[in-house]
Design a protein around this ligand. Structure first.
Ligand code: TYD
Ligand code: MG
Length: 456
């Protein structure tokens, strides 16, 4: 009988090169990673990692698995609870990413303070700031809870030891890039360290029911550093969007094992911290110009909540060279496609024009239901004819110039009605299948030409 190679089962030799960016391995050094294309990202991993011993599991019939009532830790920040799917799940790992200065630390400490009010221990572990700096921020936010502990530490082993001592319900690690474990040979912030630290924290979280919020940095390309490694590991990924030039901060759930994704929460940065914006549609439309050409309001659905946003277009003749296209908050390729459809199917000569597009308020929208809104904003600016300010528009546009139905038309109409709009241009299929009464006057269209006819 052949002898089994027990050594390879217990240990894994990692005298290999690993890409700092995506975590892929290679037996030899390479100048450029063959997976993610990053330059000069390979570093050598030294030593051996021993595989952990785990208790063997056995298959169980699905009917035999008992589920405890799904309990959640409510943070009492309404916007945050909603995007988490009703609060933090005990033992879950949440990654919070965003550019520096967006308010990640502010939101995290505010959340901890609120949870601590209900007589539960929470801990804020900081690897970036001193306890005094944390205290200064806390003072500004009016935080004074006996049960909120602050730990300035970067060694993972010490962090876990201290967390274990006070058994908090939530632990915030600010940030995951600053902590390191001595078991792993590379520098803090490297992919290997981040992966090892995050997975050790996850094991702790699952075993003790402590929820962990890991704060991560976003790289120039807009992804959390070591993205694949962390995003696959954690249960929920939240990103702060929106530029610092706007007071509004949009927190988006891009992955959520315990709730719906693409859900957004809107906050406003004020002197006393991040405040929830409960009625984002009103805020986004508050500065809307009346009777201006190139402006159209669309009811967009972000996750489960409809939000009305204003799409603006500026179309002007291109005097020389290649026409320019700029989009802020919209997908560039989608806009180019809609311009080509307008040219070919509606006979408007817009392809040779400079076109600039913007979503007011710093929101990003990607769903196809705003296609008709984008097209109508372009047509309005091109013809220099304003769209009635009490009209909203939604619908997907296909390559043949057809207007296609979208999901959740009822929710979109309800939000428009709530904000006092009177008229809605929508896909004909949605109009035919409508199940609710509405006070809006509805115009169903099935092609982009008919939409232009109806509005201009
Ligand atoms: P911070 O939470 O430190 O951001 P991050 O952790 O994402 O880097 O927030 C820093 C910014 O927020 C900074 O530009 C100052 C501003 N801020 C306020 O405007 N008001 C406040 O009450 C606080 C605490 C911060
Ligand atoms: Mg911070």
């Amino acid at each position: 009988m052949k002898q089994r190679n027990t050594r390879s089962l217990k240990t894994k030799h990692i005298g290999q090169y690993v890409c700092e960016n995506c975590g892929s391995h290679s037996p030899k050094w390479m100048g450029r990673c063959h997976i993610c294309g990053e330059w000069d990202s390979y570093t050598k991993l030294e030593g051996e990692i021993s595989k952990r011993k785990t208790n063997p599991s056995h298959p169980v019939a699905i009917t035999q698995i008992g589920v405890n009532r799904e309990e959640r830790i409510e943070t009492t920040i309404g916007e945050l609870d909603r995007i988490l799917g009703g609060g933090l799940v005990p033992g879950s790992l949440v990654l919070l990413g965003g550019d520096p200065g967006m308010g990640k630390s502010t939101l995290a400490i505010d959340m901890l303070n609120r949870v601590a009010q209900s007589k539960r221990n929470v801990i804020y572990v900081t690897g970036e700031e001193s306890p005094e700096q944390v205290k200064m921020r806390a003072k500004r936010l009016g935080i004074d809870s006996q049960r909120l502990f602050v730990l300035a530490e970067t060694s993972l082993e010490n962090i876990i030891e201290q967390i274990d001592k006070i058994s908090p319900v939530i632990a915030v690690i600010d940030s995951i890039h600053t902590i390191y474990t001595e078991d792993f040979p590379s520098a803090p912030g490297s992919v290997g360290q981040i992966r090892e630290c995050a997975s050790r924290l996850m094991q702790y979280a699952k075993a003790h029911g402590t929820s962990m919020l890991l704060i991560g940095h976003v790289t120039k390309e807009g992804t959390i550093a070591g993205p694949k490694v962390l995003e696959h590991l954690v249960d929920t990924v939240l990103y702060f969007e929106g530029g610092k030039e706007h007071p509004y901060r949009i927190l988006r759930a891009v992955k959520n094992r315990f709730g719906s994704t693409n859900e957004i929460g809107v906050f406003e940065m004020q002197d006393s911290g991040l405040k929830e914006v409960k009625n984002p549609s009103e805020i986004f439309l508050s500065e809307r110009p009346v009777n201006a050409s190139g402006s159209v309001v669309v009811p967009s659905l972000e996750g489960t909540r409809p939000i009305l946003v204003e799409i603006q277009a500026l179309v002007s003749p291109c005097n020389f060279g290649v026409p320019r296209r700029t989009t802020i908050g919209l997908d560039y390729n989608r806009v180019s496609l809609l311009v080509a459809i307008l040219e070919k199917r509606a006979g408007l000569h817009v392809i040779g024009q400079d076109i600039f597009m913007n979503v007011a308020g710093g929101v990003k929208i990607e769903e196809p239901a705003i296609d008709l809104g984008i097209s109508m904003a372009i047509v309005s600016s091109f013809l220099n004819k304003p769209i009635d300010s009490d009209t909203v528009v939604f619908g997907e546009v296909g390559l043949v110039g057809e207007v296609r139905g979208v999901s959740q038309a009822e929710l979109r109409l309800k939000e428009a009605e709530k904000l006092g709009f009177k008229r809605c241009l929508l896909p004909r299929t949605n109009l035919e299948r409508l199940t609710v009464e509405t006070s809006l006057s509805l115009i169903g269209v099935d092609s982009i030409e008919k939409a232009i006819e109806a509005l201009f």
